[in-house]
Design a protein around this ligand. Structure first.
Ligand code: ZN
Ligand code: ZN
Length: 260
């Protein structure tokens, strides 16, 4: 099964490489049935001067980003190219996010939790902070935020839904209950869940989400999307061969086509 890749970045975020057309060309070479760009939204919850240009594009860049995706669509009619965005969830800033999202014709919005109390826990630059953290508490906080994000109704798909495992820090308790709760919240909020292969490229060495979470999502009939989180053209469709066995094991027979 050839799967679409709905989680592709661009150099505008400050930590990805290559031209956007190179990502499209890689997808064409692989024969993917569709792709979607979902670059990092500007850090809308921070003051302009506090925004880290190595993490996300600027507000001015966002207009160009949207225009470039629209141009690529015309240039590459043989592959459906969707306009997505990866938007951080930061509680208390829902209105600010809404204002940005309303300005552009996004086909979908990936919702991500990358920050816990202002700490960019998935950023290697702040890795040392794990030493001071209670990992069990962190997992609880992370999944609470993720559920809140889904309930905000600002997102269509919850991206890399157990990103908190990125650096291989694992909790001591059984996650089954949190998975169950989270999947139930996803279903109530009508969001989809992303199967993201980037977890295989980091110490977690496991696709996001873990099979247990995916199985819980299946139980509650939460739809799934697929993405590589490519930050360079060569990573489009990365390790997608690993997705199908996981879908089978969780009982999914199809994935969601976005932006229809
Ligand atoms: Zn990124
Ligand atoms: Zn992300």
């Amino acid at each position: 099964m050839l799967l679409p890749d709905y989680h592709i970045h661009s150099a505008r975020c400050g930590h990805a490489r290559g031209e956007m057309r190179e990502y499209v060309e890689k997808a064409l070479a692989l024969g993917l049935p569709g792709i979607g760009f979902a670059d990092h939204i500007p850090m809308y919850w921070l003051k302009e001067q506090e925004r880290d240009r190595g993490i996300a594009m600027s507000l001015e860049d966002l207009t160009e980003y949207v225009a470039e995706v629209e141009k690529l669509r015309l240039a590459y009619p043989d592959i459906p190219i969707k306009l997505g965005i990866e938007a951080d969830y930061v509680p208390g800033f829902e209105l600010e996010l809404t204002k940005i999202l309303d300005q552009y014709p996004f086909d979908y919005v990936l919702g991500s939790v990358h920050f816990i109390n202002g700490w960019g826990f998935d950023n290697p630059a702040y890795l040392y902070k794990y030493e001071y953290m209670n990992i069990d508490d962190l997992y609880c906080q992370y999944f609470n935020l993720l559920q809140q994000a889904a309930q905000s109704r600002l997102f269509n798909v919850m991206a890399h839904p157990d990103l908190i495992k990125k650096f291989g820090y694992r909790p001591r308790f059984d996650l089954r209950e949190l998975y169950e709760q989270t999947a139930c919240v996803f279903a109530e909020a009508s969001v989809a869940v992303e199967i993201n292969t980037a977890g295989l490229r980091v110490p977690a060495q496991e696709i996001y989400p873990a099979l247990g979470l995916l199985q819980a999502c299946r139980k509650y009939a939460v739809p799934v999307t697929t993405g590589s989180d490519a930050h360079e053209p060569g990573l489009v469709g990365y390790a997608f061969d690993n997705i199908e066995p996981m879908l089978d094991e969780a009982g999914y027979t199809k994935v969601l086509i976005l932006g229809l």
